[in-house]
Design a protein around this ligand. Structure first.
Ligand code: MN
Length: 275
């Protein structure tokens, strides 16, 4: 559990083969698989905590999350929406179920990624990008095969609305039965996919079921996803940041000195105040 609200499975760096460097620039992948939440008057979530040196990307498939931070910013991430938070030089925030959703209960499913930043951008002021449904770029596949939602990067000429500090392609492929879709990324990029709903085949042979993560080797550039059923697939591909990674709890820097500095800043209240 992350706090009392998020039942997270940690794929990265939790799975032994998946280190932060192996999947860099994606340094954490936490997944709350589809769960049914009972109605609750107590709003569940995770209390005030800091982040520094990277970005958090929260993708909500079912349910609603709210968040508040030390700059006074408050917002809600609705179903089908994405919040791209650049923590960079540091922020203090809390994340919890949106009050109305908490009271009514219902389906909940989300992903939180941590995306690393090159050292020169770890000093930037914190900021947000809210990719609400109306801002989500979409590529329509031919013959009603489905849509590719482009969160960042580009797919067949359609650009995602999130801006990134290093090249990152992030899509939600929402596929109909019988769909086939092709993807192409540079071989050196670290690429992976997570099946959110349904069952798929990659290159016609490798089956990947709901809640399974597939990591590509850094060989070749193209792959095809096909499916016989309605499926949703999160697809990630990013250029590795060729820098050392020093991670400690909510801080991801380049070396131990910078981690100690981040701990000091936090203890001195430099990330602001949040009840
Ligand atoms: Mn957080």
């Amino acid at each position: 559990m992350v706090g009392d609200g998020f039942k997270m499975h940690n794929f990265i760096p939790g799975v032994p083969q998946l280190s932060m460097q192996r999947t860099n620039p994606f340094i954490v992948l936490d997944y709350n698989s589809l769960t049914e939440l009972a109605p609750s008057d107590h709003v569940r979530g995770v209390g005030a905590h800091p982040h520094k040196g990277f970005e958090t990307v929260s993708i909500v498939y079912h349910g609603k999350i709210a968040h508040t931070d030390s700059t006074g910013f408050h917002g809600v991430i609705g179903e089908g929406e994405v919040q791209w938070m650049t923590a960079a030089s540091g922020i203090l925030h809390k994340e919890y179920h949106e009050e109305g959703f908490s009271k009514s209960g219902g389906k909940f499913q989300m992903v939180q990624l941590w995306v690393n930043l090159p050292s020169e951008f770890k000093k930037e002021p914190a900021k947000y990008q809210s990719i609400t449904r109306d801002k989500m770029s979409k590529y329509l596949l031919d013959d009603n095969q489905g849509i590719i939602e482009v969160i960042s990067g580009e797919y067949n000429g359609i650009k995602g609305s999130a801006s990134t500090y290093t090249p990152i392609h992030m899509y939600n492929a929402k596929l109909n039965p019988g769909a086939k879709a092709n993807f192409n990324f540079p071989a050196e990029y670290n690429s992976m996919l997570l099946v959110i709903e349904g069952n798929i085949r990659v290159n016609g042979e490798q089956k990947v079921a709901t809640d399974q993560l597939l990591i590509f080797e850094n060989e070749g550039e193209g792959f095809e996803i096909s499916t016989d059923e309605k499926s949703v697939v999160l697809i990630l591909s990013g250029e590795p940041i060729k820098e050392p990674i020093a991670a400690h709890g909510p801080f991801v820097m380049n070396n131990r000195e910078e981690i100690l500095e981040a701990c000091n800043e936090f203890n001195l209240g430099k990330f602001g105040y949040l009840e």
